[in-house]
Design a protein around this ligand. Structure first.
Ligand SMILES: C[S@@+](CC[C@H](N)C(=O)[O-])C[C@H]1O[C@@H](n2cnc3c(N)ncnc32)[C@H](O)[C@@H]1O
Length: 224
């Protein structure tokens, strides 16, 4: 069962009661997404690639509430970026489940139509959400995923390794790193030692960054 959960900073997330796992940090949902995926992912990647003029390709594991996608769309509109955003999800939520989270009101209420379009978008086909933002939601388990594209940034946002360990096994991580171009970033909120060792085994250069909202560390890796 899913219930609404109010995080320490007052923002909301969903709690999967069977797993006792929230979709975002219990200390702040929007703040965590902004820190881990937007700042350490998209924005730092843009700083390293200031002359990139092409479409930026992002792969997300775990579409969930669509919060990371919404914040990425906001950034694309503000910075005039062109983005192709592919995201995997096997347990889609309905817009009715997501609306009470109040994300669009807190992020920017002008984005409501876009956010709704993201949730209504057909699965397994690229759908233009805004002029420069294409969303492709793939209803497929990571364990069955084979990429048909090469990505610049991977947002690895699966449930935590202690809750869904099978998604953090090297074979599954490899499905995402195989789909990265040279110089691409791979980011996650987790800082597990085994994950870092596996990313190194897969040929990535791994960094520990300070974690979001009081969490000690997070992980970022670069394809060499
Ligand atoms: C931490 S939540 C993602 C939060 C999301 N990025 C957001 O912005 O709201 C993890 C998501 O992974 C999805 N998931 C679970 N098992 C999966 C699998 N095998 N393959 C792909 N996604 C999976 C869950 O349904 C859940 O929506």
């Amino acid at each position: 069962m899913l219930t609404l959960y109010t995080t320490t900073d007052g923002s909301k997330t969903l709690l999967n009661t069977a797993l006792n796992e929230t979709y975002h940090s219990r200390n702040g949902s929007i703040a965590e997404s902004l820190y881990v995926f937007l700042q350490a992912g998209l924005h730092d990647w843009l700083s390293e690639n200031p002359n990139f003029q092409d479409t930026i390709r992002i792969l997300e594991i775990g579409f969930g509430t669509g919060l990371n996608a919404l914040l990425t769309l906001q950034s694309a509109l503000q910075k005039n970026l062109s983005i192709y955003y592919q995201t995997l999800e096997i347990y889609p939520l309905t817009y009715e489940q997501i609306k009470p989270l109040g994300y669009v009101e807190q992020v920017d209420s002008h984005l409501e139509t876009y956010f709704e379009a993201m949730h209504q978008a057909e699965w397994d086909k690229p759908v233009p959400i805004a002029d420069n933002f294409v969303l492709e939601k793939r209803k497929i388990a990571l364990q069955a995923y084979q990429s048909d594209a090469i990505f610049d940034i991977v947002y690895f946002d699966a449930f935590a390794p202690n809750v869904q360990p099978e998604l953090w096994e090297i074979e599954q991580i490899r499905r995402t790193t195989n789909a990265m171009r040279k110089g691409a970033f791979w980011v996650t909120y987790s800082a597990k030692g085994q994950l870092r060792r596996d990313l190194k085994t897969l040929g990535l250069q791994v960094e520990k960054l300070p974690g979001a909202l009081g969490k000690r560390e997070m992980t970022r890796a670069r394809k060499m």
